[in-house]
Each structure stands twice: as C-alpha cells, then as structure tokens.
Design a protein. Structure first.
Length: 602
C-alpha cells in the first residue's frame, strides 16, 4: 500500500507497478547471461602471475599440516587477507592443483555478487529498472574478467561479496531501526576486510547511502559509524605497513605533480573503459620516458578535466542526488588504488573496477529509469532506451566471453600484454619466457623473450636468475653461473639465484660450492622447504650421510607424503647400513606412487 503525500508535498511521478515475480525472472536472466559470459574461464589453466605464490608454491596452502593460526596471521605476497587464503586452502584440500574447481569457485562467487548487487540496488532505489541494469552491467562487464578469471584474485570476488552484503544489512538497519542489523553490518564489514584490505572504504560508502536516503547529518549518524572507522584505520595501517616493505614506491620516485597526474589519469582510464572496454590488458605501464618525465599531454590534462567535472556537477547537477552519489561511490571505491601512493609497477588494473563500477552504472541506471517514470517527458521513448541498454549489455557479454580466453594460460595472458605494449613491460617477457623454458621446454622461444629483456637493459635481478635457469636447461652451465652471479650482484637476497646456482654446482659435482648457496637461501627464507630436499640430494651424493638424513627428516616433517623424499632417505639409510629403515622408506615411497627398483624391496 503506497503512502499518500503529505500536505503541501508534490506527488512524485510513479513507475508502472511490476508484479513481484518479475524480479526473480529478471534476476534469473541476468545470472544465466553472466554464467554464459564467464563459462570459458572454468576451462582455463593456472598462470604464473601470482598463482604459484598464492597456491601452487605456497606452504600455507600445500602443507597438509599448516596450523590454522598461520593462515589467519601470516600475510601472502605483501597482502593480509586470511579469509581469502582459507578459501584457497579449502579448494586445495578438495582437489589439490586441479584448476577447474578454483575457477568454478570464482565464477560462483561472482554470480552471488551479481545477485547481491541486484538486491542492493533494488532496496536502495526501489526501481526494478535500475536493479536490472546495474546488476547486468556488473555481471558481464569485460573489465571484471581479471577479478573472476584470475585464480589469485579470489580476494576481489570475496571481499565484494561481504561488502555488498554489508550495504544490504545497513539498508535493513535504516528500514527497521534495529541495532542488531547495525551489529551484523559491522561483522560483515570485518569479513570483507579479512578478504581484502580495499574494504576499508566501507564506512564512507555508508555515509553516501545516508546522503542518498536524505538522512540528516548529525552526531548520531557519525557515532554509529565510529567503530567501523576504527576498524578501517587499523586495517589500513596494517596494510600500509606490510606493503611499505617492498610494494610501495619510495617517495622520491615520483614528484607530487606526477602522482596527481597519474591518479587523475587512472581515474579517467576506468571511466573511459567503462563505456568503451577495448584495449584491455593485464598490465598498464607507467607512461614514463628514460628521464622519468610524463610524455603525453593527456596526463597533464587529466587533473584539469576532473576539476571541470566537479564544477559541472556542483553547479548543474548537485540537486540530482543519484548522480552525485554514483560519482562519489566510484571515487570512494577506487581512490586507494589511484596511485597517489604508488603501489606496484602499473598505473591501473582492470580488477580495481570490480566494485567501483557499481557507482558509474548507478548513474546510468538512474538516467535509464527516467524513461520509465510516468509523467516524465521521456516516458514514451522507453523502448528505444531499453533497446540501447540491452544491446550494450549483450556486447559487453560477448566481449567478456572472449576476454576470459585471454586468461586461458600463461602464454595467452602474457602474449596479449606484449601485443598491447611491445617492448614495454618486463614482467610480460619474463613470465612468458619462464613459462616457455621452465614449463614447456621451449628453450628457443624462452631465449627470444630474454633477449628482449636484455635489450631493455633490465635492472630486475630475478630476470637474470630466470635467464640462468634457461641456460641450465640448455646445458650451458658456465652461462648459467654467469647469469646467477649477475643476479646476485644486483640483489644479494635473491634466493632463486642462490638455489639454482647451487643446483648448477651440484649437477657439475661441485658440491662444496653448492652447500653455502643452499644454506644462504635458507638463512634468507627458512620457509623454502624444497631447498632442504635439494641440499639433501647434494649431501647424499657427496657422501655426507648424516647431513643428508637431517635434511630429509626436516623436509618430511613439513610434507609427510613426498614419495621422492622417502626414496632418497631410503638410499641414505642403505648407505648407512640401516636396511630396516631403508626398506620401510622404499615401501612408503612405492605406496605413494614412486617407482622403486625391486632390489630395494627385498
């Protein structure tokens, strides 16, 4: 039953009333379209961009004996997101490294998020038109492929799930005035922060909802959000402290003017690609020349353009709260990654649009809704507006379906980046070269990528350690040692260079030169458990049986199901004359699938 307008208040134009079941039909259509758009990603493989760090080579995930305390307290790749790691651990315990289940989980989380966005917008705007449009754009926009099709970006789909759920709970609080809903909002917000630190903007977004809902700003409104701001402050400080160790660029790297230009340009980049999502890339490099000066005029114009937008909105559209709300929601969601503080080596990333595009699509959804409001002079053009919106969404869905295939594997991903920015992005050539050499044995192709890196005069020590690996696969031991030496001259904490130089020495039977490198790597990073096994092989080959036994024992305390380690510990026991323990180890190795010669089983 609709409320009558108060005396003196004009009756607002009304939309046509829709049967309640229509929302479920529309939601079903949107979810089916979203699923079809992302279906190819479920057949994708792993990539070597963070997937090894997050899952494949992460002891927190692969070690069956990892204490839950470690998953809840230890950062990964300079990020603290324990809930994300718990979800990846759950996948690993279910299917180990079979990628389909990880991709399926991401897609299912995205479908849930799309449904939550639908209900959030429906509650916020009371407009089915807006709910359908905003959730459809959220579900199928090509810029969201990175967040969904990249296993390591599980944190995106997970934190947004709790973020949007938290906004829904807050709307319930506003509707019912029950404190319990505010408490639930706070709990869900904490879960979002534990999935990704970008959730810290949540209290600001709640203030924007207050603004849109015409809540008068007073002490009560501020007081009810103080606990949320305290949580944001704690999480924000923790995230900054962790990333400051490596990910955040030094203050002198860029001037204040350059930081403002980069941030402004990044903010425009997301807006442009919202409307025209072409030229997408997994990596957008900084536009710097050799002397560190921005080279394109648009970077200088970007801050001016945003000032112009602010002026236009203030003077002409400030009475249209949905427009102001949408723009401020966009900025609040993306401001932390606009490179005011330079994090990483990219000026922008598709994944940062995942939440923020709700704000931009809210504005368009509100404009579209005007075509459906009775009494509006645009009402008779609603079919034209609907057709245009539908075509745009279908085009987005087609682009998304194609874009998911770029994330098929490491080769397709980095080849796409290289095609977008030839001879510009070191990490693309490094990761593709490493994939060719280490994973596929395509040494000629790998060397071609590393020659490009050398021509770019790279200063990345890991590129030289990877080059050493390729030389090693090519049986060029002297060249491999040169590459590892160069890497260590550039960075004496490069554990990969120490380990692989030690392996190269071991292959040449220069064990006494290998042992110090293995030990140095473990001093730098004691969690490199595989080094104990490699050093154990070298000790065994050099006749240092007690040392070999100690290393194999240490490794098996970490991974009690490693067949190869049982086999080589069995060889160690055999050399020590302990045939009983040796046979037990050989039988254990065989039970785990290792091929053991019959003579060792007798």
């Amino acid at each position: 039953m609709s409320k009558k307008p108060e005396k003196g208040q004009k009756k607002k134009p009304q939309q046509q009333q829709q049967p309640s079941f229509q929302k479920w039909i529309w939601l079903g259509v949107i979810l089916i379209l979203t699923y079809i758009s992302f279906a190819p990603s479920m057949d994708n493989e792993w990539t070597n961009w963070d997937d090894p760090v997050y899952v494949l080579e992460n002891p927190l995930i692969t070690n069956p004996n990892t204490p839950t305390k470690d998953l809840l307290t230890k950062p990964v790749s300079l990020n603290y997101h324990p809930l994300t790691m718990l979800s990846l651990k759950w996948n690993y315990e279910s299917v180990k490294t079979e990628p389909h289940a990880y991709h399926l989980t991401n897609v299912l989380l995205h479908l849930i998020n799309t449904a939550l966005v639908f209900f959030f917008i429906l509650m916020l705007s009371e407009s089915l038109v807006m709910a359908v449009f905003v959730s459809a754009v959220f579900g199928v926009h090509p810029m969201h492929v990175e967040s969904v099709s990249w296993i390591s970006e599980r944190k995106d789909v997970l934190y947004v799930l709790f973020f949007v759920l938290g906004m829904i709970c807050y709307l319930k609080y506003l509707d019912t005035k029950k404190v319990l809903w505010m408490i639930i909002t706070g709990v869900v917000f904490i879960l979002s922060c534990l999935s990704k630190a970008m959730a810290v903007v949540f209290p600001v977004v709640l203030l924007l909802i207050d603004y849109l809902k015409n809540r008068e700003l007073n002490f009560k409104i501020v007081l009810e959000k103080i606990p949320l701001f305290i949580i944001s402050l704690i999480v924000g400080i923790a995230a900054f402290t962790i990333q400051a160790t490596d990910a955040i660029a030094k203050p002198e790297t860029f001037t204040i003017l350059q930081r403002i230009m980069f941030a402004s340009y990044g903010a425009w980049l997301y807006v442009v690609k919202f409307f025209v999502p072409v030229g997408l890339s997994a990596f957008y490099p900084y536009p710097l020349s050799d002397n560190g000066v921005s080279v394109s005029i648009e970077y200088y114009l970007a801050p001016v353009a945003w000032l112009a937008v602010a002026a236009i909105v203030f003077f002409f559209f400030r009475k249209h709260k949905p427009i102001v709300f949408g723009l401020l929601f966009y900025f609040a969601s993306v401001v932390l990654v606009l490179q005011f503080i330079s994090v990483g080596s990219a000026i922008a990333a598709d994944r940062y649009s995942y939440l923020s595009y709700i704000g931009l699509s809210f504005i368009l959804g509100w404009l579209l809704n005007q075509f459906f409001v009775k009494g509006n002079k645009l009402y008779n053009m609603r079919m034209v507006a609907t057709s245009i919106a539908a075509v745009c969404i279908l085009v987005f869905a087609y682009q998304t379906n194609a874009r998911t295939k770029v994330w098929k594997n490491t080769e397709t991903l980095w080849t796409d980046v290289i095609n977008q920015y030839p001879n510009r992005i070191e990490v693309a050539y490094k990761n593709r070269g490493n994939y060719y050499g280490k994973e596929k044995g395509m040494l000629k192709e790998a060397m071609a990528d590393y020659k490009v890196l050398l021509s770019m005069k790279t200063k990345d020590s890991k590129i030289y350690s990877n080059l050493g690996n390729i030389y090693g696969l090519m049986k060029k031991g002297d060249s491999a040692i040169w590459a590892y030496n160069t890497a260590l001259q550039m960075d004496d904490k490069n554990t990969d260079a120490y380990v692989n130089r030690a392996i190269t020495y071991s292959m040449a039977a220069k064990y006494e030169m290998a042992f110090p490198d293995y030990t140095k790597a473990l001093q730098i990073d004691p969690t490199m458990f595989s080094v104990y096994m490699n050093r154990g092989y070298a000790y065994l080959a050099s006749g240092k049986l007690n040392e070999a036994l100690a290393d194999f024992n240490y490794y098996l305390n970490y991974d009690s199901n490693n067949a190869a380690c049982y086999y080589y510990r069995g060889l160690t026991y055999t050399s020590m004359g302990n045939t009983s323990n040796a046979k037990n180890d050989f039988l254990r190795a065989q039970s785990l699938g290792y091929k053991v010669e019959q003579k060792y089983l007798q």
